[in-house]
Design a protein around this ligand. Sequence first.
Ligand SMILES: Cc1cc2nc3c(=O)[nH]c(=O)nc-3n(C[C@H](O)[C@H](O)[C@H](O)COP(=O)(O)OP(=O)(O)OC[C@H]3O[C@@H](n4cnc5c(N)ncnc54)[C@H](O)[C@@H]3O)c2cc1C
Length: 806
Amino acid sequence: MRTNAQAVVIGGGVIGCSILYHLTKLGWSDVVLLERDELTSGSTWHAAANIHGLHDSTNISRIQHYTMNLYNALEAETGQSCGVFQPGSLYLAQTEEREHQLRLQAAKAKLYGMNFYEISIEEAQRLNPLVNYDGIRCVMFEPDGGNVDPSGVTNAYAVGARQRGAEIHRFTPVTATEHQEDGTWIVRTPKGDIKTPWVVNAAGLWGREVAKLAEIELPLQPTEHQYFVTEAMPDVQAHGARLPSVSDRDGEYYLRQEGNGLLVGAYEKDMKFWAEDGTPLDFAHDLFPDDLERIEENMMNAIERLPAVGEAGIKRVINGPMIWSPDSNVLMGPVPEVDGYFCCNGIIPGFSQSGGMGLMAAQWIIEGETQYDMFAWDMARFDTWATKEFTKAKVQDQYAHRFAIHFPNEERGAGRPARVRPIYETQKAMGAVFGLNVGWEHPLWFADESGTVDTNGFTRQNWWAPVGEECKMLRERAGIIDISNFAKYICKGPGAADWLNAVFANTMPKAVGRSCLTPLISKRGGIAGDFTVTRVAEDEFWIIGSGMAERYHKRFFKQVPLPEGTTFESHTEAICGFNVAGPKSREILHRLTDTSLATEDFPFMRSAMIELAGVEVLAMRVSFTGDLGWELHCKTEDQAQLYEALLEAGKAFGAGPVGSRALMSLRVEKGYGSWSREYSPEYWPHEVELDRLCKFDKGFLNKGAAQKVLENPARERLVLLHLDEADVTASNADATGGEPIFKDGEGIGRVTSGTYGYTVGMSLALGYVKNAQPGDEVEVMVLGRPHKATILKEPPFDAKGEKLRA
Ligand SMILES: Cc1cc2nc3c(=O)[nH]c(=O)nc-3n(C[C@H](O)[C@H](O)[C@H](O)COP(=O)(O)OP(=O)(O)OC[C@H]3O[C@@H](n4cnc5c(N)ncnc54)[C@H](O)[C@@H]3O)c2cc1C
């Protein structure tokens, strides 16, 4: 066994083997995989191993397509059969909402050149005559869908990796991972130790236990999961060709051919946790006793749709464990607080995603960044606030609703509240409908009655009109928005200015009381973040960024060493904030402070520590609404006092609370981008018009990468689109994000944010397009159907910034 390696992968399931394979494919041959038992000894060996390409998320679709195409190539490369069957998959829509979802996916498939399209019921009947198509509204077909052999695939990755020099040691459990002072790791096993700069936790069902060896907690929880295989069926035998699999998600089961019978699996409502206190170390090729009663309801749905299932005998039942994260997406990426420790845990569709996840992991480890934006799958999206109780509640909800449609703007209630701020109860009593943001409850909108909840769908929902009222109130008078979700950092000390200049692309403000906007540049030269930096004293700066990216940003901040005597700390929990915005905001605030807020004394982009309603606040004259306004940041213990005073003062002007959905609409009216939608590492600075904020007369993190991408022409441009009123009225839906954009039948881009612009009376969308100019007519695929739209020349609200600077 090697004693030194470039990376040590722990776990020989399908994911660990794929990571090993991809590390070697990207050029690292000095890599080792350690498996405590045989390869496939966790969830892998007993998986149904269905493979799908299309997903609601574009980047997951890309990853799944890569994986689907890889299996045949892997087989050819290694000579190891992957047992690939690709008879295709039929996706059935029983409800209008499912039809919207599938049509949207089909439109995305067309844009990205993926194989997923609508077929007639007659064609579907020809492909799979066992299905009863009564009540089916539409059928989509994915010709590459099917299934693989779980152990064939895992072994093929292993063979491929070995052929490029990797070592695999079976029956070699990792017993300790010890971080060394020089940043490397010692991985201990009974057969010897390995020194390595990278530990990769791909321990699947034991992901928690392996993480704990490095004192890392992962929010994961295993559950049982069942499928059964029928005896051979005459109808299957008689068909002649292999039947396409059936994705009848409204029926909450999955189904495919296995031998001459059928395999039916279910995510039942009455789900069952397993190994809550830790996965047993002696568990390997084991299963649980059958418990078909638990999935009876799902089985009945399958029998109703494929009556032949009800007539067949059951040959075998598989009841095995799988391990889930709170949102059922993988926990992936380097642990931000610990150098050289990479996680890839909690993957539910391991066979649909193994190739792509292995590739992303290898890129992240070797190249420092993935080619696709993985923010939604980054393990940094959770932190210690995702407790065991929270994780369990979420996993229960995710499991039981595995096949439910996850609508745009949907907020699921399980496990909440996890974290609240002092004014939570006040907001609740005022009718706030809350959303979840990094564990925090925050008001999305305010209903007339306390206790109101969102309705969900692709079309306009119960919140659509009240959010419009909030927007109008703010634009006509003023509104008070809780912006406590923003991440807040304070950098203090003699080296603060130099350090911030070395991290951020823009030049830091030279004078006290000045603010600047600045991008943070990613390893490949894209946008890793956007921040407002304010100089509050000669040697003190406040930095405000995206709350949901706080742990993600840690990885960037730690790359630049802090000068001695200088500190950089998060104050996100200690500081809360409000944005008071709208034409009357100045008058409202004047009632609460002696400080003059007149433009000559307090111009746009200036800031000052002031006293407001007896509370010390950092007042910054900026507003994401695009309107006249101030951000007011106070100590968390003063939040209630400040809120009460703002609401009281606002009353006289007809101003009141405004939620984050209204804020999203208002910022789109002004054309402002937001993190993880318009700004992501996939976009270059000049594509989002942030290149003017990159100052090349100084050094900054990843400056060389930014210079390199700026040598290329923009691949796409961020534009604002106005959707045709008649089309959106007819569908009763606005764009929400992700909808493809076509011009003359050609896919030219996609929506990143969509909303109704209530105060400009326009349905709007921000999006990236290529080969299109302002004024061009295009089509936006809202609900997967073409909606006419025009690319705007300028934002419809305050294009010249006169209100902002008034
Ligand atoms: C019943 C069922 C049906 C499924 N059907 C599908 C499907 O149709 N399609 C699909 O895509 N997915 C399916 N899945 C999910 C799929 O099985 C998983 O996504 C996948 O197997 C996860 O692989 P993994 O490599 O992450 O983890 P695992 O398979 O759990 O592998 C982890 C490995 O790490 C090893 N290990 C643990 N601790 C140590 C240690 N200390 N030292 C060394 N080695 C260690 C273990 O022995 C194990 O081999 C199904 C799962 C179940 C339970």
